[in-house]
Write a protein that binds this ligand. Structure first.
Ligand SMILES: [Zn+2]
Length: 326
């Protein structure tokens, strides 16, 4: 049965209440097995929470009302941490069900469960809640690797599409190296959900305007959601490609974010030996970067303030509204 309201970690919201929304950011991330790394600095929960509250307050100063954390189940997801952060900061936080791509996620359990049971698990986390927390997922995470979708990923993406069709919640994806977005659309629409219920995430990893154009022409949302991660793509390239889409009339299909992370569980290997070192390596990779530097750059190129609000407010609203009943 499709939902009639948007589910957050602390309750519900109407589409109109979302306001300025960052569609793909993270509070807490740890790769599978992070807890095995006895040499990693111990995660200090209270300290991490205080740091996250400060960062939410910074975002609120930029008018952000809703923070979507599409952390996969197998990447250190901690929805009680998110709910507590939401209560303390006043930021609306939405969490997801769904698992990561094979190379960086891949649990033994999901490898062996059939697709139908995984779909049921996702639906249960949306309709009944995650574990014993009572906190319900408000969206579904799907993920694919590169250069092709593996059998494992195909099974999980199909399960995610089926759960999206059943519940009406939107799907936020991970893609690797800016590829396989069309495969994701094929699977999602093959399960009967409209392409517009899917955000093809991390598409800014591709520097191919034809790839971007063909994704949005099929009706999917496209994620320019890694602003500030210069090791994957310079922001200049992201801006040039986003401008091409806007000038071609596709403003209403674009979603912006940073894929930023506030707290790291374990060590961020292989990228750096400590989270602090990774932050120093990527000085622009902060959840406020779009407001501080990218909006001014877009305005400079002739994008209007109203178009900025379409990116930050209208597009996330339509994305979450699409599958709701009533
Ligand atoms: Zn992410």
């Amino acid at each position: 049965m499709t939902l009639s309201t948007i589910q957050t970690t602390t309750g519900t919201a109407t589409p109109a209440e979302l306001g300025r929304t960052l569609i793909h950011e993270h509070v807490l991330v740890g790769y599978p097995g992070w807890e095995l790394d006895a040499k990693a600095p111990k995660f200090k929960r209270a300290e991490g929470l205080a740091r996250a509250v400060d960062q939410m307050h910074e975002l609120q100063a930029h008018g952000v009302k809703t923070f979507v954390d599409p952390c996969p189940m197998d990447l250190g997801r901690d929805v009680e941490f998110l709910a507590e952060l939401s209560q303390r900061s006043g930021m609306r936080v939405i969490c997801t069900t769904g698992a990561y791509f094979e190379a960086e996620g891949n649990t033994y359990t999901f490898k062996h469960l059939p697709m139908e049971e995984i779909a049921d698990i996702y639906i249960q986390e949306i309709e009944l809640g995650i574990g014993e927390t009572g906190i319900k997922a408000g969206a579904i995470k799907i993920a694919t690797g590169a250069p092709a979708v593996s059998d494992y990923e195909r099974k999980l993406v199909t399960a995610g599409a089926r759960a999206a069709k059943a519940t009406g919640v939107p799907i936020i994806s991970h893609t690797q190296d800016g590829c396989c977005g069309h495969d994701q659309i094929d699977i999602v629409t093959g399960e009967g959900a409209p392409a517009a219920q899917l955000l093809v995430g991390h598409s800014d990893g591709s520097n191919d305007p034809d790839y971007h154009r063909t994704l949005v022409e099929r009706g999917a949302f496209i994620g320019f959601d890694r602003f500030g991660i210069s090791m994957f793509q310079p922001d200049e390239v992201r801006i040039a490609n986003i401008l091409k889409l806007i000038r071609a009339g596709h403003l209403e299909r674009i979603m912006v974010s940073h894929d930023s992370i506030m707290c790291w569980l374990g060590r961020p290997v292989p990228y750096a030996q400590t989270f602090q070192a990774l932050l120093e390596l990527l000085p622009k990779w902060r959840s406020t970067h779009f407001f501080k530097e990218i909006i001014p750059a877009l305005l400079q190129e002739g994008v209007t303030q109203a178009q900025i609000e379409t990116l930050l407010v209208d597009n996330p609203r339509r994305f979450f509204q699409l599958g709701l009943s009533g």
